[in-house]
Design a protein around this ligand. Structure first.
Ligand SMILES: O=C(O)CCC(=O)C(=O)O
Ligand SMILES: [Mn+2]
Length: 205
């Protein structure tokens, strides 16, 4: 792990640590995540209108973020009624290295993207304390990550997030609109079936 506190790129206030995790660290993170999803299986959430999201999700920590016909919210339980597994120490260590935040993350959202999945522009604003950053970890195929503004609309810029990259949305960039336009299939061999995993760490309360 490259524990340098200096980001390699800062795009619109979003700090990106390129290649923060080397190949063995990425592999052991994937192994840790397999244990998490064995306990808390990935599910395909739907919007309150019943539209499936293209990303499959699970979580670790005190809260997971879920979406179903009742709408979206943080929940202390997986939809099947069990507490979420603990956030792996390997993931906590990444938060400690880059977050510059005294509080610990309460949610590690696990987003699984097939090569055709995407995520529309949105803000992360369901949390109570915006002084804590959002830390995002990329594993697997490259993702074209779009960053806009703290208000809706206006110009945007994009950056490819690669396996092992860590991005931090904090400070003035805590509430920037962001999304994933596409996944570049076959750019990583980390996940045996391809695609991408994103871990999004947040303090919720
Ligand atoms: O997959 C990503 O890089 C972003 C995920 C995200 O924005 C979210 O889960 O809120
Ligand atoms: Mn987000």
């Amino acid at each position: 792990m490259n524990a340098s506190p200096t980001p390699d790129v800062c795009l619109r206030g979003v700090d990106v640590y390129s290649g923060f995790l080397d190949a063995p660290a990425q592999q052991s993170l994937v192994d840790d995540l397999r244990r998490v999803v064995a306990e808390a299986p990935l599910i395909q959430p739907v919007t309150r209108f019943g539209q499936p999201l293209s990303v499959k999700m699970s979580a670790a920590g005190a809260f997971g973020w879920i979406s179903d016909k009742r709408g979206y919210r943080y929940s202390p339980e997986h939809p099947r009624g069990t507490a979420w597994p603990a956030i792996p120490d390997s993931v906590m260590a990444i938060w400690d290295a880059v977050s510059d935040c005294a509080r610990a993350p309460e949610c590690c959202l696990i987003n699984h993207y097939s090569t055709t999945a995407r995520m529309g522009l949105h803000q992360d604003r369901d949390e109570a304390d915006f002084s804590c950053p959002v830390v995002s970890i990329s594993l697997g195929d490259d993702a074209l990550f779009r960053i806009g503004n703290t208000t809706k609309g206006g110009k945007t810029e994009s950056i490819w997030l690669r396996s092992g990259d860590v991005a931090v949305m904090g400070g003035d960039a805590r509430l920037v609109y962001h999304g994933v336009d596409r996944i570049a299939a076959g750019t990583s061999t980390l996940l045996k079936d391809g695609g991408r995993i994103n871990l999004t760490l947040r303090v919720v309360t």
